[in-house]
Design a protein around this ligand. Structure first.
Ligand SMILES: Cc1cc2nc3c(=O)[nH]c(=O)nc-3n(C[C@H](O)[C@H](O)[C@H](O)COP(=O)(O)OP(=O)(O)OC[C@H]3O[C@@H](n4cnc5c(N)ncnc54)[C@H](O)[C@@H]3O)c2cc1C
Length: 387
């Protein structure tokens, strides 16, 4: 039995790249499958079966080390402009600004044109590049070694990413120094860059430069070029966004995510405070979004304390945060629609495949409605048959 990641099932690989980055023989390449998700391919002729790749894999049970959140906070950025440019309460931006002001660097996700990838930011003026959720799997290739180099130089480093990316980085770094801050997002899953590319190609005839999925609580896909907005749609009018929100276009591993639970992998978890109970008691227009902060280490708590002067923060219970956010207790269900889309795409172009699934859903919904309207007539007949 091989001790490498060879022949790993797709549901057991999140595509974090840690195995490729750690391989001492450089014999792992990440290859895209037909749906555009990257998986490791091991050159078995060069592999010496050292097991390094398996030791860093976030999906190996023995590598999963999680902590229960110490508390929960509802929080949002005091700076109105920064707050409105963020996806939720703008907590990621506040943490990032703090680290840069300490002379540190931040690793986070940006959209470079339509390419969604992680970058290193070392100046406050470039932090805007990381603001906003990009609902696509971010490309982190080549980044973990850069993080390691920054840590060696003694700079404070903040990495913001999905839980599996944070887990991959943690395993890659091995020892976690005091000046490495890890922040993970509550995440319900990621579609591939290829799906996004196909979708954009399908809806646009012109080149695009900027992509945005959301400003605060306003979910809206917006694509802009140098001449202004070239495409804008509410989520359910857009096949890509609809498939994302319905949870049918994700990487296989997202449906089996070991990090979709209360116990967390990072110093601080951030997300939307969906389940906030008495929001009216907080001094804010709730329609604009509130972040939930879940510190799971003392370092996480100290990061929140350090950024406190830039955020409105209210302590809440962990239970309240967990109850309102499904991804804090289970992964997205791999339902019929997700499995159907997975079968249809890539035999059909992405948009067409999603539309077929939507039509199937509409037909099923109509059938259910018809059956419901006939219920008063049907029930007596069914009861007679039952007897
Ligand atoms: C794919 C995805 C799924 C999500 N699902 C949920 C969910 O189910 N429930 C929930 O409560 N919250 C979810 N979130 C998190 C939520 O959308 C916000 O990103 C989060 O609340 C942070 O908001 P903010 O205002 O603090 O961040 P901002 O200040 O807007 O900054 C966003 C931060 O997220 C990082 N980021 C953006 N896109 C990605 C990406 N594709 N991969 C890795 N890092 C990224 C950036 O580096 C940046 O630091 C999801 C986010 C993503 C990217």
């Amino acid at each position: 039995m091989s001790s490498s990641v060879v022949n790993r099932k797709k549901k057991d690989c999140c595509g974090c790249n840690a195995c490729m980055e750690i391989c001492p023989r450089c014999c792992i390449t990440m290859i895209a499958d037909a749906k555009g998700f990257h998986y490791p391919k091991v050159d078995t002729t060069a592999c010496v079966d050292c097991g390094a790749c398996k030791k860093v894999c976030p999906f190996e049970e023995e590598n999963i080390k999680l902590n229960i959140p110490l508390t929960a906070y509802a929080a949002w950025n005091k700076d109105r402009e920064e707050y409105l440019a963020s996806s939720s309460g703008g907590a990621a931006h506040v943490f990032s600004s703090y680290i840069i002001r300490q002379g540190g660097v931040v690793y986070g996700c940006t959209s470079e044109g339509m390419h969604i990838r992680h970058i290193r930011v070392d100046s406050l003026s470039n932090l805007f590049k990381l603001q906003g959720s990009k609902y696509v799997q971010s490309d982190v290739r080549g980044l973990f070694s850069q993080v390691k180099a920054d840590l060696k130089s003694g700079k404070p480093v903040l990495f913001v990413g999905t839980p599996c990316q944070v887990a991959g980085l943690k395993n890659y770094i091995k020892w976690i120094p005091e000046h490495l801050y890890l922040v993970d997002l509550i995440c319900h899953g990621v579609p591939s860059q290829q799906m996004l590319n196909e979708h954009i190609h399908h809806i646009l005839k012109t080149s695009a430069e900027q992509l945005s999925f959301r400003k605060g609580q306003l979910f809206r896909i917006e694509i802009t070029s140098r001449c202004g907005t070239v495409y804008s749609s509410e989520p359910y009018g857009d096949t890509y966004f609809r498939a994302f929100l319905d949870g049918i276009s994700y990487r296989k591993s997202c449906y089996h995510c070991p990090f979709a639970r209360k116990e967390r992998v990072s110093d601080v978890t951030i997300g939307d405070f969906w389940g906030l109970q008495d929001a009216a008691s907080l001094p804010l227009e709730i329609s604009e979004g509130i972040s939930v902060l879940l510190p799971s280490s003392e370092k996480g708590k100290s990061l929140i304390a350090a950024a406190k002067s830039d955020m409105w923060i209210y302590e809440r219970s962990v239970e309240e945060a967990v109850e309102g956010n499904t991804q804090l207790y289970r992964p997205v269900h791999n339902g019929l629609s997700a499995r159907l889309l997975s079968m249809l795409y890539p035999y059909f172009p992405f948009d067409k495949a999603v539309r077929i699934v939507i039509v199937k859903d509409l037909i099923l919904e109509s059938l259910k409605n018809i059956l419901r309207s006939f219920k008063p007539v049907l029930m007596p007949i069914i009861n007679v048959i039952r007897r």
